[in-house]
Design a protein around this ligand. Sequence first.
Ligand SMILES: Nc1nc2c(c(=O)[nH]1)N[C@H]1C(S)=C(S)[C@@H](COP(=O)(O)O)O[C@H]1N2
Ligand SMILES: [Mo]
Length: 197
Amino acid sequence: MGKFFNKPGPELADRVPPGQHLASGFPVLTYGETPQVSLEDWTFKVWGLAEPHTFTYQDFMAMPQSDFTADFHCVTTWSKLDVQWTGVKVTDFLAQIKVASEAAHIMQHCYGGYTTNISWEDFVREENFFAHKLFGDPLPAEHGGPMRLVVPHLYAWKSAKWINGLEFLEKEALGFWERNGYHRRGEPWAQERYSGL
Ligand SMILES: Nc1nc2c(c(=O)[nH]1)N[C@H]1C(S)=C(S)[C@@H](COP(=O)(O)O)O[C@H]1N2
Ligand SMILES: [Mo]
């Protein structure tokens, strides 16, 4: 700890959820290998309770682009404030696809096989986005490049790196960490860390 993690001062305390410490630098947290996917090869699919469609990286570049600054909270107790990203807002992306009204949950799928589930309400928030730049540079592979999801209001395991698809579901299903004891939702201010099963 000590060297890499700092207790937030009073001016930042209201930005750091309970049980979290500030990380210096931006740690990398990956289960397994880092997939190497080129921009040319990257594709992104939607299926399930959505009209099936495959998007390329170029397709994403043609969508409205936005800059975002967001705090990032890993359940292993580090947080990083004011991370700067560039990408496509989830709400702008959703305008490009047709989703059935019964869709209430979404499974995020990734190169490498990682999955994580999220409810429709948690997914469609204005501050969620697909990011392809980090602090102005192309998103490095270890942080999820070419493309990752960023969901600032939930613990970062809900922000899928190397994302390659969304499966729209009527009922909740559990992703990789959620099947292995993590909370279904993962809200940091409520410390929704583990499922308690
Ligand atoms: N595909 C994939 N996405 C993932 C993970 C992973 O192992 N594989 N780890 C998650 C966890 S636990 C965290 S804290 C963040 C870490 O993001 P970072 O490595 O950019 O800091 O990515 C999340 N997204
Ligand atoms: Mo994490």
